[in-house]
Design a protein around this ligand. Structure first.
Ligand SMILES: *[C@@H]1O[C@H](CO)[C@@H](O)[C@H](O)[C@H]1NC(C)=O
Ligand SMILES: *[C@@H]1O[C@H](CO)[C@@H](O)[C@H](O)[C@H]1NC(C)=O
Length: 411
């Protein structure tokens, strides 16, 4: 039974690490991209729909942006476009960069100002200067490169990106008016990737609330797992262990509590990494570092469970020291990190107060149970001693080995 539960714990752990790797690699698709023309850009963002990416350099003093808009899985019989709309969030007024493949097989890129819903994207000047524009098609990816002279007042803009079919040579046709093609709008801050968002309603405002929602999900997952379940699991182990009637039960309760906390906690951690990739400002640094330390500590604890020596093994004492020091460090860091996170998340302090109440309740349980536990342990030691005393004076005999001993080591 022991080895079956170990296997399932290990399986769970492997699954977590795997999903973590998958989500990391997805989260970084624009970061480690290298352009075949050797262009490099300081900032980039994975646009939420239409398999598209925007890379850019921005020079604040001159208000000049060098942008590269990439669309993967592109077809040579379709056009792509990326636009800034200085007037609003929708299609009308879009200052668009457009590209498609000509019948000769070369890429053609130009600018177009959108002034009607039935536009076929005619060539025309934009409201800002575009000194250079070009496009490439490689490995199923279409990319528009351009330099934009935006002026210094346009650091945060609304952006729209599209793709659609060609209606014959040199004539872009209408793009689809459903699904991802109407969600391909958002705000773009040229100075950072933090407020860049999109995939919202046509009004383009839901980008912010989607980040808020992700932050809330992250907060709830982590506060519940690291902040509540894990300390509860420690209390269960520490205070149930002394009761003979709870002897194997406390162990399974503890393992169940901690492994489910670990599973939820890793999910929470992954959501945090995603938020970090979207950029969160400098205050997130400590929070993220503690999160990484917690992931390592908690993973060590999972390994500790798998490598646990038998209760009367001579190394068990060292294992106990290791398990308890990792465990208590993790609990302390978790609580600190939940507080840091709640400060970042919730200026109204409602969640923070709720969390403090939960901690006070857990603290009260510890305050009551600690003396009870010590009383039981001391009484048990006395009884063991008085039972041993009349005998030959052997030392180190453990009448109920596992239960009594592992607790003594732990206190
Ligand atoms: C970027 O990194 C991820 C893993 O982090 C990898 O899967 C992907 O292939 C890399 N892409 C490029 C273009 O190097
Ligand atoms: C973007 O800026 C970096 C330096 O910050 C520079 O090395 C790079 O060439 C620039 N890219 C383009 C396309 O201008």
């Amino acid at each position: 039974m022991q080895s079956a539960s170990m296997r399932s714990v290990f399986f769970l752990w492997a699954l977590m690490v795997f999903s973590l790797c998958v989500s990391r690699s997805r989260a970084q698709t624009c970061r480690n991209y290298t352009f075949t023309n050797k262009n490099t850009y300081a900032l980039c963002v994975d646009l939420p729909v239409l398999s598209s990416f925007l890379h850019w350099n921005y020079t604040q003093s001159t208000g000049t942006a060098d942008v590269a808009f990439r669309h993967t899985g592109a077809s040579t019989s379709r056009w792509i476009s990326w636009a800034i709309n200085p007037k609003g969030q929708r299609m009308l007024g879009c200052q668009a960069l457009v590209a498609y493949m000509t019948t000769s097989g070369s890429m053609y890129a130009y600018t177009s100002s959108v002034d009607s819903y039935s536009t076929d994207l005619p060539e025309g000047a934009l409201s800002f200067g575009v000194p250079s524009i070009s496009a490439t098609y490689e490995n199923g990816e279409m990319t528009i490169f351009a330099r934009l002279k935006l002026g210094t007042s346009m650091t945060s803009v609304s952006q729209v990106w599209e793709e659609g079919p060609m209606n014959g040579p040199g004539t872009p046709g209408r793009h689809s008016t459903g699904g991802a093609n109407v969600r391909s709008t958002g705000t773009l801050n040229f100075l950072s990737t933090s407020s860049t968002s999109g995939g919202g309603s046509p009004s383009g405002s839901s980008g912010i609330s989607s980040t808020e929602r992700k932050k809330n999900v992250h907060g709830v997952l982590n506060a519940v797992s690291w902040g509540v379940l894990m300390p509860t699991g420690v209390l269960l182990a520490r205070y149930l262990k002394v009761f003979k009637s709870a002897n194997p039960a406390w162990f399974y309760l503890h393992v169940t509590c901690q492994t489910s906390a670990y599973a939820v906690g890793i999910a929470g951690w992954v959501t945090g990494l995603r938020l970090g990739d979207e950029g969160g400002g400098s205050s997130v640094g400590t929070h993220g570092n503690i999160g990484m330390a917690l992931f390592i500590l908690a993973t060590l604890q999972v390994f500790a469970l798998l490598l646990r020596p038998k209760p009367d093994h001579k190394y068990r004492l060292y294992w106990n020291i290791y398990h308890h020091s990792c465990g208590y460090t993790a609990i302390a860091l978790s609580i600190v990190n939940v507080f840091i996170g709640l400060d970042l998340l919730d200026p109204t302090k409602v969640w923070k107060r709720t969390y403090i109440i939960i901690l006070v309740v857990l603290g009260c349980v510890a305050l009551i149970m600690e003396p009870v536990t010590w009383a039981i342990v001391i009484k048990k030691r006395r009884r063991e001693r008085s039972q041993k005393h009349p005998a030959v004076g052997m030392n180190g005999a453990h009448s109920n080995g596992y239960n009594g001993r592992s607790h003594e080591d732990g206190v």
